[in-house]
Design a protein around this ligand. Structure first.
Ligand code: NAD
Ligand code: MG
Length: 407
């Protein structure tokens, strides 16, 4: 970053949980960061407030009706924010030459096209939208490398791993290639920590009856609904396993999941000499966001430093793949390769929506994903956005059909 010019940021998913945490960190450093564009799905009221505060050049809403409503908010005020619509609007505010940094914080597959466009445009990309990387994998990493994008993980586990890696690897930050340089760096294992979610101690029988309200009530983290349900099924950890697999180019055998209910250690790296490096902190997404915004510098995030005496005790357990089959399915999808991870992600999105709408039960989520993986044709070629979006679409049709058959 230059001394005088603030970094111009496009924040995709501004009205969400990561969006709010990002704006909270940015507000502490008005000299360093400036909002260029804010985007949201359909939440016009929150978006109108954000635009009044941040005065972005552009605001993007997902549909014409939301965009019109937002524009009408501005007519009697001296706000010059231009309102754009949909995928084209997103692409425009990501690719624009005035933009330095894109924060990818849309939830789900909807975030893939603009996040990939940010990598293609060679931006500094702060990646929270894990589904985008799960779906596009090698295409995304190759695109970031070829276009010199600076890819920085915001997901707390991947950000922790990034922080525990040696400078020699993270200096070339368009993605960290561990396997090729493994010998010199001496990296042996990556440990992804998992809180275990709200149902960590529930029996298989108890899991049958859990409600959406219970599932979105995470013990340690305050997050959007979809990722909260994913945390409850351990699908979130499975998606993060896939995310780590692509991001760090690591063999899956060398990535482990460890349940750590306190969520104080955000992940760890084991080295050849027996050292295990961990990143610790209070569970607050403003820490990884501030790290990624300022990297390689450090800035205030507003998060209280960890009081180790308050923590006192750290517990570790193996994950239970029988009670939480979504994690097992993620391991299987990685081994299947090709479109399997796209199919798994799509089936999960459809199933989680159905669960939140009380159309299916909690344990049906894994059943539906497994059925979809069985029924979808898994193909090897995932080399273009079109192929990826086709596989996503077909999987959603299968999962919806399976849901209809359940009733
Ligand atoms: P959220 O539901 O709180 O917010 C999602 C945002 O995406 C909102 O601004 C919404 O308007 C926008 N959006 C949703 N659907 C859209 C669509 N079809 N088109 C355009 N915009 C759309 O979600 P969140 O918890 O902030 O999570 C965002 C992403 O970050 C997810 O991929 C999640 O897995 C990841 N993540 C979140 C956390 C967390 O603590 N919340 C931690 C790590 C990773
Ligand atoms: Mg995470």
């Amino acid at each position: 970053m230059t001394d005088s010019q603030p970094l111009k940021v496009t924040l995709l998913g501004a009205t969400g949980s990561i969006g709010a945490s990002t704006l909270d960190v940015m507000a502490r450093h008005p000299d360093r960061y400036q909002i260029y564009a804010l985007t949201a799905n359909t939440n016009v009221d929150v978006m109108a407030q954000l635009c009044e505060t941040w005065l972005p050049d552009y605001a993007v809403m997902n549909d014409v009706s939301s965009a019109d409503k937002l524009s009408s908010h501005f007519t009697d005020k001296a706000i010059r924010t231009q309102v754009l619509v949909g995928e084209e609007g997103l692409q425009q505010v990501v690719e624009n030459e005035n933009v330095d940094c894109v924060v990818a914080a849309i939830v789900g597959a909807a975030g893939l096209p603009p996040t990939l466009a940010a990598a293609k445009a060679g931006k500094r990309v702060l990646l929270a939208n894990k589904e985008a990387l799960v779906m596009s994998g090698k295409l995304f990493i190759d695109t970031a490398r070829e276009n010199d994008a600076v890819l920085l993980p915001v997901d707390s586990e991947h950000n922790a791993i990034f922080q525990c890696l040696p400078d020699s690897l993270t200096r070339h930050h368009s993605s960290v290639k561990i396997t090729n340089q493994n010998d010199a760096a001496g990296i042996e294992r990556i440990w992804l920590t998992a809180s275990g979610g709200p149902f960590r101690t529930y029996s298989a029988e108890q899991l049958q009856d859990v409600t959406p309200e219970q599932a979105v009530n995470h013990p340690n983290w305050d997050m959007g609904k979809k990722i909260s349900v994913d945390s409850a099924t351990l699908m979130n950890k499975g998606l993060e396993l896939i995310e780590a697999y692509w991001l760090f180019d690591m063999d899956i055998e060398n990535i482990d999941v460890v349940v750590h209910p306190q969520s104080v250690i955000h992940s760890m790296v084991t080295y050849a000499d027996g050292s295990v490096l961990a990143q610790l902190g209070n569970p607050d997404m403003r820490t990884p966001i501030a790290h990624a915004l300022a990297w390689p510098e450090r800035i205030d995030s507003g998060v209280e430093p960890l009081n180790i005496f308050d923590v006192a005790k750290l517990d570790f357990e193996h994950p239970d793949l029988d009670r939480f089959p979504c994690l097992r399915l993620c391991y299987e999808a990685i081994r299947m390769g090709g479109t399997a991870m796209i199919v798994l992600n799509a089936a999960n999105e459809v199933a989680v929506s159905a669960f939140l709408e009380e159309r299916i039960g909690f344990t049906d989520i894994a059943v539906l994903i497994e059925k979809t993986l069985d029924q979808a044709e898994i193909t090897i070629d995932v080399s273009s956005l079109e192929l990826i979006l086709d596989a996503d679409k077909l999987a959603r049709i299968i999962t919806n059909k399976c849901i209809a058959e359940m009733h």
